[in-house]
Design a binder for this molecule. Structure first.
Ligand code: AMP
Length: 666
């Protein structure tokens, strides 16, 4: 058995933590110095042998994904070459999305394993002796280059500040850095001065930018003359639109909704021609209220789901905004519009929507992790007007100076709640540091939790907000929801039964909780001769795109997916949602169910619930009740049992307090 197999998956990490590798010197050939000992070539931060073993407590192991690779002539049980690296350097070794470590593995023919500890990581190299040495040299090289480039970067940053704010100012103020009297080069940062002068630095940073034009709305006389009653009635009849002005102090007048495309775009014949070309009859509710707000130059928050026409709601005003800036597009030195989306699928979908329209030669590009990085860089450097991107990859291109974000005047944060759920806040923050603060910003979200409110406060200026429908049941009112309480071990048989009873026109997404289950189920069904596709975060980008394409075009009628597909996917003819595993929370349930019953069609959702899901039983009952759906007795008794269990637990907690020290004081 190879080292890889011995150490395979979850098992391996436990073994490593139980028995850390002995020091390298003990393991190498007698008396032979480790390769990095020659010529003092030890990388910055790497140390030989485990003097301390901080990784003993709770190791975190990194292993590059992808097919298992044998290492040729390695002997079974041959000890790995191991050394330590500061945790801060592990990112450099692994590289974005594991690209660097994969590259190192491929070049050396070894397998490299990283076991992260509290302060340091243990790096293990598996393979035959020569290859291990080669891998070590490559890693040392990488660390050396990394330490040189960070030193250079520090110098460049100082130069940049000098150029940016002027040498005199730099020398006089040291940009908040004080030199000690004896000219000791050791410096300390004067945070107070930095904070005090923040506004000045901000102004200097953006001083040379051209002005922005944001107002493009000419209200038609018909819309201007609508009475308040007419406006209210119209909003109520159109998915219960509600609006608010989030500006502090005196409120501004919220523009009346438009009822026809001409009401918003009669002065923009190219937009009208595009709308005619695609054959839309009338604006969707979000469009009718969002267009007049955005075209008046206000920032906007749109609380609306995918399928409501929200993409066009921000794209059309964006086209006009891009075209009518005081500086012509070709002279801006970079893109004018940026759309940030949480997933590659959504980014591609927005791109597809964008490219349906041809507006004055505006060019768009999609930038997402997992896609061809070189190709994306080459397109971006050739010049584009609209960048549609996922935060991680864009941040990568930004940090490596492949993209200029200073030219952006129109920013969209699409599905902001999803971006927060996926942990993209730090990347968004870094990206927006380089986007001028007086831009126009539109944010969409399906929900309005605290995190999204916080984001809107940080990145939008005095926005107006438009809610379309309510999240609760608007999405699931048109869907017949069936809940089946079932033992865990019978779920597969039931799913097979469901598939066997599908009609020829039916199309179903089977939602599962884990990527592994998705793989497992799809290979099971594949072996049984049932054509399925699967979609989850561990699949290669091209496979994910293929899966979606097959499902959209109806080449397969069953898609097995994780919650990656619960939002944002615009496939109109899904007849069924089948929840093989219950989702993490009730909100995700609503999103999943909302994948069917779209565009006025009816749909059906089947949800398997096991005894492990008893925590959510009462919330699920609420949703079912409000949608007038049947509630199985087992679900009601499950909710009841959970309630009693909770009460019992509370009582035991209270009684169990030493010497009757109860919170309630008895
Ligand atoms: P979205 O909510 O942006 O994902 O849009 C969902 C679908 O609605 C897309 O396929 C759009 O092309 C389509 N759509 C957008 N606006 C309209 C409209 N006014 N009338 C009919 N369909 C529309």
């Amino acid at each position: 058995m190879s080292d890889w197999e011995e150490d395979g998956d979850d098992d391996g990490s436990r073994r490593v933590s139980a028995k850390p590798s002995p020091p390298l010197r003990e393991r190498g050939p007698a008396g032979a110095p480790p390769p990095w000992a020659e010529g003092g070539g030890r990388p910055r931060g790497s140390r030989p042998g485990p003097a301390r073993e901080p990784w003993r407590s709770g190791p975190l192991e990194y292993r590059p994904r992808g097919p298992r690779r044998g290492t040729g002539r390695e002997r079974p049980g041959s000890p790995p070459l191991s050394f330590r690296l500061e945790n801060a350097l592990v990112g450099t070794l692994i590289g974005r999305g594991g690209t660097k470590i994969k590259e190192l593995e491929e070049s050396s023919g070894c397998r490299i394993q990283v076991v992260k500890g509290c302060y340091e990581a243990e790096i293990k190299i598996f393979g035959d002796k020569d290859k291990k040495t080669k891998a070590k040299v490559l890693i040392d090289d990488l660390m050396e280059r990394c330490s040189q480039s960070s030193a250079e970067e520090r110098c460049t940053k100082a130069d940049f500040f000098k150029q940016e704010i002027g040498t005199t100012y730099y020398n006089e103020n040291r940009f908040g850095v004080l030199k000690s009297e004896n000219n000791n080069p050791k410096q300390s940062i004067n945070w107070a001065s930095l904070r005090e002068n923040k506004a000045k630095y901000e102004a200097l940073k953006w001083a040379d930018l051209p002005p922005i034009e944001k107002r493009f709305y000419k209200e038609s006389s018909k819309i201007a003359s609508m009475s308040q009653e007419e406006v209210d009635k119209w909003r109520e009849e159109n998915n219960n639109i509600t609006c608010d002005d989030l500006k502090d102090g005196e409120k501004r007048c919220i523009p009346n909704p438009i009822r026809k495309f001409e009401d918003a775009f009669q002065h923009y014949p190219d937009v009208m021609a595009n709308i005619k070309k695609v054959g839309f009859q009338k604006p969707t509710p979000i469009q009718s209220q969002a267009w007049p707000i955005i075209l008046q130059g206000f920032d906007l928050i749109g609380i609306a789901q995918t399928g409501t026409g929200k993409t066009l709601a921000y794209l059309m005003p964006g086209f006009i905004h891009l075209d009518l800036q005081p500086i012509p597009r070709e002279k801006r030195g970079g893109p004018g519009m940026l759309v940030l989306t949480p997933t590659r699928e959504l980014a591609l979908q927005v791109e597809a929507e964008c490219s349906k329209y041809s507006y004055k030669g505006i060019k768009s590009i999609c930038i997402y992790g997992g896609g061809d990085r070189k190709g994306q860089i080459s397109l971006v450097t050739k010049g584009v007007d609209i960048v549609i991107a996922t935060p991680g990859r864009l941040n990568d291109l930004q940090m490596n100076n492949f993209i200029n974000l200073r030219s952006i005047t129109y920013l969209v944060l699409d599905e902001a709640d999803r971006m927060l759920d996926m942990g993209f806040e730090p990347q968004i923050m870094k990206i927006l540091l380089d986007v001028r603060p007086d831009r126009q910003t539109v944010m969409t979200s399906a929900t309005w939790p605290d995190g999204v409110r916080r984001l809107s406060k940080s990145y939008l200026k005095d926005p107006m907000i438009v809610y379309v429908g309510t999240l609760d049941l608007a999405a699931v009112n048109t869907v017949k929801q069936k809940v089946v309480v079932i033992p865990e071990e019978e779920k597969r048989a039931f799913t097979r039964y469901f598939i066997d009873t599908m009609k020829s026109k039916d199309k179903v997404i089977i939602f599962v909780g884990k990527k592994l289950t998705a793989d497992d189920l799809s290979s099971d069904f594949g072996l049984q001769g049932i054509p399925v596709q699967s979609l989850h975060g561990n699949r290669e980008q091209c496979d994910r795109e293929q899966a979606l394409e097959d499902f959209k075009k109806g080449r397969v009628r069953i898609l097995i997916a994780t919650d990656l597909a619960s939002r944002g996917l615009d496939v109109q003819d899904i007849t069924h949602v089948f929840n093989f595993d219950f989702p993490r929370n009730i909100e995700e349930y609503v999103h999943r169910v909302g994948r069917t019953g779209r565009a006025g069609r009816s749909g059906e959702a089947v949800t398997l619930v096991t005894r492990n899901d008893w925590k959510i039983a009462s919330e699920l009952i609420n949703i079912l009740e409000r949608g007038n759906q049947a509630i199985p007795e087992e679900l009601t008794s499950m909710a009841e049992r959970y309630k009693q269990f909770q009460m019992k637990k509370e009582m035991e907690k209270d009684l169990g307090r030493p010497h009757g020290k109860s919170r309630k004081g008895f």
